[in-house]
Write a protein that binds this ligand. Sequence first.
Ligand SMILES: [Zn+2]
Length: 89
Amino acid sequence: MSFLVQHVIPHDHHLRKMEPLLEDHPILEDTELPMCFACGVDLEAGDVITLVPVGPGPDTTEQKRASSHQWFAACAVPVHWVCATGEEP
Ligand SMILES: [Zn+2]
């Protein structure tokens, strides 16, 4: 797996630290989102993650909102908190 890399300033966007994942959290059951998209390690119960927005996705209404600099509903991927921020949770 390879990643596109973009240089960013830490905390130039607002990430929300989620509570540690519970055993029955739906994200652990999702066949497309079982891993941290920064390190590629499978997510497990107890992991502290954040959701990193990647853009409006294919929804044209959300694309129009994004392109006109309005708040929009973003597609997001799960990333360990430490992988997203460098901070231990
Ligand atoms: Zn990670």
